[in-house]
Design a protein around this ligand. Structure first.
Ligand code: SAM
Length: 218
């Protein structure tokens, strides 16, 4: 799996890609990520990526030409081109599972008041929204996609098969978890206890306990 990210703020991704499980997954070769500066695909001295909207209105709009050039330079036969917009299809765990079967994902991060609509009409295969709110840019959505999709790729997190028993076409099973100490006392007379079943060592009961409380993230 290879993720391409097209952005005007490539340095946003430096800490993201050099820490924690994302870095480990990349180092292990479970997936790879390349970040592309949209300004490298401009053809004027000012490296212009935006212009005023036709018909008037506030704010600037991202130009189609640099995005076209960037995508065409990266596109392979099996590439899936994703455009981030709050008007897109909602990104869910199910969508992440679907995306985890792709081999090459190209993500376009918008900024300003949006992107020339010819990008969604002629370049992108799909429009994705990460939620019903408007962010300043598509960089956080790109990070959300990389984290969610790479997490379910074989061998990316923990040992192979680590998460498989929690995941199916329906969604991803999540449940409450506890760790040491068994009893935590934040102040005198107050004790926050771990449920007894989890300390029992009885695997059947523990798994029943978990099953009863699990939430399927769809
Ligand atoms: N009117 C623009 C549109 O419909 O795409 C929104 C502009 S928004 C200020 C700037 C950029 O942030 C968008 O082009 C998009 O890439 C990204 N963005 C904002 N909210 C988003 C969301 N909920 N999901 C995905 N991307 C979002």
């Amino acid at each position: 799996m290879h993720f391409h990210i097209i952005t005007i703020f490539p340095s946003f991704f430096d800490p993201f890609l050099s820490e924690g499980l994302i870095k480990k997954g990349i180092d292990k070769g479970a997936f790879s990520v390349s970040v592309h500066d949209l300004r490298d695909f401009t053809d004027d001295v000012h490296r212009t990526v935006d212009d005023r909207p036709f018909g008037g209105g506030s704010g600037m709009v991202m130009k189609v030409e640099p995005i076209y050039r960037a995508v065409e330079s990266l596109r392979r036969e099996n590439s899936k081109v994703i455009l981030f917009t709050p008007r897109g299809r909602r990104f869910t765990q199910k969508k992440a599972l679907e995306m985890s079967k792709e081999s090459d994902i190209i993500m376009i991060c918008g900024r300003y008041e949006g992107i020339d609509a010819r990008v969604e009409e002629h370049i992108a295969d799909e429009k994705i929204s990460i939620g019903s709110y408007v962010l300043m840019g598509g960089e956080v959505p790109a990070m959300a996609v990389v984290e969610t999709v790479s997490r379910i790729l074989p061998g990316a997190v923990g040992k192979d098969g680590f998460l498989e028993n929690r995941m199916n076409e329906e969604g991803f099973a999540e449940y409450k978890q506890y760790t040491r100490p068994e009893v935590f006392s934040p102040c005198e007379g107050v004790e926050w206890k771990v449920p007894k079943t989890l300390l029992s060592g009885d695997h059947k009961k523990v798994s029943q306990w978990k099953n009863k409380r699990k939430r399927i993230i769809k």
